[in-house]
Design a protein around this ligand. Sequence first.
Ligand code: CTP
Length: 401
Amino acid sequence: MLAGRKILLAIGGGIAAFKCLDLIRRLREQGAEVTPVLTRSAEEFVTPLSVSALSAQKVYRDLFNLNDEHEMGHIELSRAADLVVVAPATADLMAKMAGGHANDLVSTLLMATDKKVLIAPSMNVRMWEHAATQRNLKTLQDDGIVVVGPNEGDMACGEYGPGRMAEVPEIIDAISATLSDGPLKGHHALVTSGPTHEPIDPVRYIANRSSGGQGTAIADALIAKGAQVTFITGPASAERPKGCQIIEVTTAAEMLAATKAALPADVAIFAAAVADWHIKGDKSSKIKKTKGKTGPDLEFEENPDILKTVASMRNGRPSLVVGFAAETDNVISNGKAKRDRKGCDWIVINDVSPETGIMGGSENDVTLISDDDTEDWPRMSKRAVGERLAARIAEELNSKI
Ligand code: CTP
């Protein structure tokens, strides 16, 4: 799939640099040509010799190396590739990129390139969550840089959370999607997915049965068509899509904040089953049973409507906003009314009555309402719904160009 594609791989100085050895092997197995560039600190984690042996290429390390400059100047090096990949993209490298620094070979190449850049961030969870890194991430995304990962999990530093570099197959999927000539190439798609959890106290929460399966299937299909996808998911049981940026959230308020931060997008698909309410007040202490009372006094407050907020934006509204309507009664008329109420362009209606087995199951039975058209799709797998929806989205976005 990557036969003949030229990749300039900038390896940053983080513990995940060791994964780049495997990344180089797998890219070459797919026929890609990998030219590696190491930062000074990357050499603390991987040796130039092993990188050179695996890539079967010269390793570039210095900005001021007369031999290298004579053979291939740094400007030429930055432009000879089809794609520049930065893995691991450390907090420092992201900051340099966002600030436009050019004080070593990697940062200079990144400033000089006229090619698409893809980064795979990797760092400690606190560093990832730090306001400066999140600000830099937003700047880089606004600059059109494609981001894959980071994933959530145990970290080499002993902490747990988002910050682990995406796995090699995920990076390869993202590279393939970025280089693909699919109909959604150059389009940014945002997908919300899964349930949200709204805390009642530190140990209990309000949830729903959404598995996130439909959201993952849509994201996978959009990625396969070449879209750059930002996937914002609540605590879902479904596997995460591969080859995109994944943002894990818990509550509706967090999902709204993540959605706003991920804009602009060309298309936004709201497949999440967002909880309608959260519990008001302090939730820091566990609620105890009280003698003589049947239950706790919980005060509910409505959650922000993420779909409606985005669909009614005056500035920066995605050109196509797609909502979902999970209904159990008067499915079509309720769905149509929901489309009008929310202000979205299309609505995908599904019947989630328990007898359909759709909520949490692997199949879906949907009706797509777009403008004045009603398309009743036969019952099919959630994967097939994702693919058909992605194909319709590609048609629509390309008809607007
Ligand atoms: N949605 C959202 N934010 C919310 C509630 C819903 O973004 N707080 C989105 C969902 O992702 C979906 C659409 O709105 O795309 C409809 O969700 P649904 O749960 O069917 O509708 P509700 O607005 O919750 O209406 P109701 O529960 O009254 O049917």
